[in-house]
Design a protein. Structure first.
Length: 407
């Protein structure tokens, strides 16, 4: 074991709600990783594991962050592992079973320190963070939403169904006496059921965020948060006059409200890594998808075969999208995706210049230069001295290992 091990901060253990794309990848990853860990533990080997299924060139660095004890297990539930910090500060948690209890540990200068096991958080701040090429906006849960959104409602008496005697007389000309009697009976039952009943309607919605108030608005169509809850993004409805609705996008990162054409909410929203630009997707009158940005850019894409998603290339304001099995960058096709290739935005890492594409498929990172690595536990794009790098985490023969490769 290296003598020089550095300080690790532990992050809280989360139970995360992933969308269908990320959840399937993570489940397969966990199962395979656990199988390989068990095999390594049974082998009782003290040498670093050699994965002959990986191919890494000389521009990939390998750093052993820590070596766990033979009775410890890497905590695969620690989905909030932050790879954006320096290598010396990457956070993780290990566990050890002690009878029916679980013990947790953090590491400092190579010394294993017992800590209180973190309680699973319920706010979902790690949603979508594992194995995704970009920082997804997330929709908070119902309880968390209450801390941001205040809804004003009005109560109304339930109207009682009624028919005048003149109306019943007019209807009886086409009904038998038995049918008229049944009509009166049904009407009386309905009147009894609605008596003293009321219903509520939404009068307005106000967004409270970081001490600022936005609104009130007529309706709230959707509400999302950026990673770390730095900004909110909401689609709201206002009254455009003459009973016509006006759909708008409001955000804590926007100086002005974005007024949308038509009456349909955007199909998707995306924000750049630095939260400086917002993109939204709408179905245009020409039956094409239109991607528009808060900076005034606009791109049209075909609708055929459906829309696969929109996101920003890491570290840039270049807009990426998948539609008709094609990968678009700023409205231009840069790759036709063939059968078997991933079309999930989370699995497609496109360089800022659009010239290289790294793909995660079947729990394997395939880099544009031919390198590949199987079963990473977490992958991120980070900045090192101003330059972007891929950084991923692996657990190999009781070693917590961090790999790094130029982006």
């Amino acid at each position: 074991m290296r003598k020089k091990l550095c300080f690790f901060l532990f992050a809280s253990l989360f139970a995360v709600a992933y969308d269908g794309r990320a959840q399937g990848v993570l489940n397969k990853l966990k199962n395979k990783a656990l199988q390989e860990v068990n095999a390594l533990e049974n082998a009782k080997s003290s040498k670093p594991a050699v994965n002959t299924h990986n191919k890494l060139s000389g521009n990939v660095s390998r750093t052993v962050a820590a070596r766990l004890g033979s009775d410890e297990t890497f905590d695969y539930g620690e989905n909030c592992i932050d790879l954006g910090a320096s290598i010396e500060q990457v956070s993780f948690i290990s566990t050890r079973r002690n009878g029916s209890a679980t013990q947790c540990f953090a590491y400092r200068n190579g010394v294993r320190t017992p800590i209180a096991c973190p309680q699973s958080s319920q706010n979902g701040n790690c949603s979508g963070s594992v194995q995704c090429s970009y920082a997804e906006l997330r929709t908070p849960g119902q309880d968390e939403m209450k801390s941001y959104v205040e809804t004003k409602t009005a109560s109304h008496a339930m109207p009682s169904p009624s028919l005048s005697e003149d109306q019943i007389k007019a209807m009886s000309a086409y009904m038998t006496p038995a049918q008229v009697a049944e009509l009166r009976k049904s009407l009386a039952t309905a009147q009894t059921q609605t008596a003293n009943q009321s219903y509520s309607t939404v009068e307005s919605v106000t967004i409270n965020f970081n001490g600022q108030h936005y609104g009130p608005y007529k309706q709230l169509q959707s509400f999302m948060l950026s990673p770390g809850n730095q900004h909110f993004y909401a689609v709201v409805t206002e009254d455009a006059g003459a009973g016509m609705p006006q759909m708008e996008i409001v955000s804590s990162m926007l100086k002005d409200v974005i007024k949308l054409a038509g009456y349909a909410a955007p199909l998707a929203l995306a924000a750049s890594d630095d939260q400086s630009e917002l993109a939204y997707v709408a179905l245009g009158s020409d039956q094409n998808y239109t991607i528009s940005t808060s900076s005034g850019k606009s791109y049209a894409m075909p609708i055929a075969n459906g829309f696969g998603g929109v996101w920003y290339a890491a570290g840039s304001t270049h807009v990426l999208a998948v539609s008709q099995n094609q990968l678009f960058r700023d409205g231009q096709v840069i790759k036709n995706l063939t059968a078997g290739e991933s079309t999930s935005p989370c699995s497609l890492y496109v360089s800022a210049d659009g010239k290289s594409l790294t793909v995660i498929r079947d729990n394997k990172i395939s880099f544009s230069d031919g390198d590949y690595f199987e079963y990473p536990l977490k992958i991120s794009v980070v900045k090192v001295n101003g330059s972007p790098y891929y950084r991923w985490l692996a657990f190999e023969n009781q070693e917590v290992v961090i790999y790094q490769k130029p982006y």
